[in-house]
Design a binder for this molecule. Structure first.
Ligand code: GLC
Length: 735
């Protein structure tokens, strides 16, 4: 008899590191509910609606006179404010304007403070690597430390809410926002989201050092048809529940304060009005009690979707569908009162939304401390430590994909070529919407120089332009090794940046051949915000480092890896395909009646590229080597225990990421060939062997059928391995 769970098991959330919040209200929560009741009872309908709209800070920023004095503004207008996309409300004087706005708000009849949010996605005043890079560190402690650093810096510029973590599982490299994701795997994405929520929100959201986080974009935004941003998503309910929902369950269990639905339609109903997603699952199954905020203009886009008319109709469909707050457009402000009058919205539904908004404000302590003493807070921040954290994160996010011995750099003379090498802006990544006042804005060139490398820089080519072959040849001839920059510009990734080609643009392939023609070893450093099709580099380069967009100290961090000052640490959280046509390509593909096995012909494959990924999920090299032996799996009560002897067989210390995968051999429905169920990093000295053990709750080995999650008895295959394509096949049984 299979063990039935009503939904994804609590254990899955626990595995994701989420501390499940108590199901019984604590005394202070009872007090907050009473204060909310008292407030709502006093509010007019207009004041309630005022709490459900978020205004673009750009407009509000202009309302503050140059001397930052502001006439008391109508609290209904300033119910909630997001900073302008480009910080028009925030910036160096952000906390000053924040305090003016908060004083104006609490001066109102009800004394209700503001949420002021901004996209501090992977940066605030210090810029860290993009999420797709950070995820490659497989390091929850690092992610949490970065979240905490972003939170406290954000408060000093007047921001108490950030629209992160983005926990959309992303399996299609054509989709530009894969750059903001943690990659293709639900477990990694869950751990990433939980770690960031813990860092951003801390243990006490009202402690004056933490800010409200926002799990987005709910849900399955990473699976648009064709990889085209904003496009429709069509998924089975089982895939929704087993792949795309787990990160949100984990984030909710970890106490995330807010959730943002996605722009797209899910099975023909826009997420912005999808009660199945927002009410049945998010509220009903997950027990979410925070606020939901539409994405930028998404309520207005119900009209474009062809499912609503402007004003009362769009407002009613969004609110009834489960949206609490409308971001920047005004259908709630213009149409909710009318919808109540017409009976298409019950005032009780508005009250419920207002309660969710007020609950977040109480959790943040804004009623007790509406303003920020930025100077005092700033004095507590070690900005040098944040820069060091950014440099550490950049090094840990790099993935060494290939090394024929040319790294770490030891050659006396290094030629550095390619325009990216001196472009600090390109280090920062797609959500670089802030001023990064604390970032060195360094470059790879600066980093190599700082690390003592005798390096000569020549641009010779740009990523998308022509190659100056004479300059390139001259640079190579004057050096013993060539470090060449490849990849794509950050403007080609992120929102609204789906690419129909993920091959190297410009004349980069010619650069590879031109450098190889000189006989000099070629070290390729690849920058960008998505997996790229780089089979030519894999074949011809002597070393490859995937550097992504490594952040504001990224040049230094990448240089540390190239010189060996930092050991390579990263492992891929996506697959690198041979060609765009393979997208979406991901390791946890479901079996078919003719799934591919090497050498077979009548199987699901392409006839013009190899079946295997150029580099698979979980893959990454180090400056040493590791061997596995004594792999063993056993069932101990409610846990499956994986263990192996891992040996550092090289001459340098190194960190191995031991990964465990399982496959349910005979199930009611077709299952993925492998699914990551756990990972652990181990640092070993040369010659050292350690028995590594990873314990996995058996409750996480199930899957969903007809909306019911189940763990079934039977035989499983398992692997204890360094990546998703390797490892000895083991078996175990669940009874
Ligand atoms: C954007 C994004 C979302 C972001 C929001 C506010 O369009 O989809 O991720 O948080 O608008 O800038």
């Amino acid at each position: 008899m299979s063990k039935l769970f009503s939904s994804l098991p609590l254990a899955a959330c626990l595995v994701a590191g989420a501390a499940v919040r108590g199901t019984f209200a604590a005394p202070q929560e009872i007090d907050v509910e009473r204060r909310i009741d008292a407030l709502v009872a006093r509010m007019t309908l207009e004041e309630k609606i005022g709490q459900l709209r978020q205004t673009n800070g750009g407009a509000v920023g202009e309302a503050l006179s140059e001397d930052m004095s502001a006439a008391p503004l109508d609290p209904a207008f300033l119910a909630d404010v997001t900073a302008g996309r480009y910080g028009s409300l925030l910036g160096r004087r952000g906390a000053v304007s924040y305090n003016i706005l908060q004083r104006a708000a609490v001066a109102g009849r009800l004394g209700i403070p503001l949420l002021i949010g901004h996209d501090m996605i992977h940066s605030s005043r210090t810029c860290y690597p993009i999420p797709l890079a950070l995820a490659c560190a497989f390091d929850e402690d690092l992610w949490t430390r970065i979240g905490a650093a972003i939170a406290v810096e954000s408060l000093t510029v007047g921001c108490n809410w950030t629209f992160t973590p983005m926990i959309d599982v992303a399996r299609d490299a054509r989709w530009g926002r894969i750059a903001e994701s943690a990659g293709s795997d639900p477990l990694v994405t869950s751990r990433f989201g939980v770690a960031l929520v813990k860092g951003l929100q801390g243990d006490d959201l009202a402690d004056g050092r933490h800010i409200a986080a926002c799990a987005k974009h709910y849900v399955a935004y990473g699976a648009p048809l064709g990889g085209r941003d904003y496009n429709a998503v069509e998924l089975s309910d089982a895939t929704l529940r087993d792949v795309y929902l787990p990160p949100f369950r984990a984030a909710v269990a970890a106490g995330v304060a807010t959730v943002m639905p996605a722009f797209h339609s899910y099975n023909d109903v826009p997420c912005t009005m999808n009660a199945y997603l927002l009410r049945d699952i998010l509220r009903g199954e997950m027990g979410f009690r925070g606020l939901t905020i539409s994405d930028w203009g998404a309520v207005d886009e119900l009209v474009a979707h062809g499912v609503a008319t402007p004003g009362a109709d769009a407002a009613a469909k969004a609110l009834n569908g489960g949206i609490d707050m409308e971001m920047v457009t005004t259908h709630f402000a213009d149409g909710l009162a009318e919808a109540v009058a017409k009976g298409t919205v019950r005032e009780a539904a508005i009250d419920a939304a207002v309660r969710n908004v007020l609950r977040v404000k109480f959790r943040l302590g804004l009623f007790d401390h509406p303003t920020i003493d930025a100077a005092a807070l700033e004095a507590t921040i070690d900005f040098a430590a944040h820069r060091a954290l950014a440099r550490e994160a950049a090094a840990k996010s790099c993935v060494l994909l290939k090394n024929d011995g040319v790294l770490p750099l030891a050659a006396p003379r290094v030629a550095l070529v390619g325009d990216i090498a001196t472009n600090s802006r390109q280090m920062q990544g797609t959500w670089s919407t802030f001023d990064f006042s604390n970032t060195t804005n360094d470059t790879l060139l600066a980093g190599l120089v700082a690390d003592g490398v005798d390096v000569a820089y020549t641009e010779a080519y740009t990523l998308t332009g022509r190659v100056d072959r004479v300059a390139l040849a001259r640079a190579c001839d004057a050096a013993d090794v060539v470090v060449a920059c490849f990849g794509d510009y950050l403007e080609k990734t992120g929102e609204n940046n789906a690419s129909a080609r993920i091959e190297l643009p410009g004349e980069q392939l010619a650069v590879i051949d031109a450098v190889k023609a000189t006989g000099r070893p070629l070290v390729a450093v690849v920058f960008g915000g998505r997996p790229l099709a780089i089979p030519e580099l894999a074949e011809k380069a002597d070393a490859i480092v995937m550097a992504w967009n490594p952040g504001g100290a990224g040049g230094w961090g990448v240089a540390d890896v190239l010189t060996g000052a930092a050991e390579p640490y990263g492992r891929l959280t996506t697959d690198f395909p041979t060609a765009t046509g393979e997208c979406p390509k991901f390791y946890s593909r479901t079996l078919t009646g003719r799934h591919h096995v090497p050498g077979a012909r009548w199987t699901t494959r392409y006839n013009d590229v190899p079946f295997a990924s150029v580099y698979p999920f979980g893959y990454g090299r180090t400056y040493t080597t590791f061997a596995y032996a004594g792999e063993r799996v056993s069932v101990e009560g409610a846990e499956v225990v994986f263990a192996a002897d891992v040996t550092n067989t090289g001459s340098r210390k190194g960190r191995e990421l031991v990964q465990v995968y399982t496959h349910d051999v005979v199930a009611q429905t077709v299952r993925p060939r492998r699914e990551l169920k756990g990972f652990r990093r181990v640092e070993l000295a040369p010659g050292e062997t350690r028995r590594v053990e990873i314990r996995v709750p058996a409750a996480t080995l199930g899957y969903t059928v007809d909306k019911v999650y189940r763990v079934e008895p039977g035989r499983f295959e398992a692997w204890i391995a360094p990546d998703s394509d390797s490892g000895k096949t083991l078996t175990f049984r669940l009874d």
